[in-house]
Design a protein around this ligand. Structure first.
Ligand SMILES: [Zn+2]
Length: 102
């Protein structure tokens, strides 16, 4: 079985809170983009660290209700938007990590 790649974008400072990924997803779907300090991960659309990347609630619901395959397609789109944002603001660091320990 191949390990699924992990996509992480870290903001300059920690401004999230400690919670489970499920809690983070539930808050995100309600419109509260909160960086997860437990896992060090952004919301799927990275809007916790880059508010302008936030997607509409309907799309967040679609993401939440979708299976893994659709989720990864959507994540690819969000990452594309995030990388496009890089060339503008140059405020983010992008890490694409595979097989990251821990
Ligand atoms: Zn974040």
């Amino acid at each position: 079985m191949e390990q699924e790649p992990e996509i992480l974008i870290a903001g300059k400072e920690k401004k999230g809170r400690e919670m489970t990924p499920d809690e983070q997803l539930a808050e995100w779907v309600k419109g509260n983009s909160i960086h997860n300090d437990t896992t060090g991960e952004c919301c799927p659309d990275f809007s916790c660290c880059q508010p302008k990347l936030g997607i509409p609630i309907e799309q967040r619901l679609l993401f939440q209700r979708s299976g893994q395959r659709v989720r990864y397609e959507m994540l690819g789109m969000f990452l594309g938007a995030a990388i496009a944002g890089l060339t503008e603001g140059k405020e983010m660091k992008v890490y694409i990590a595979e097989d990251e320990p821990g």
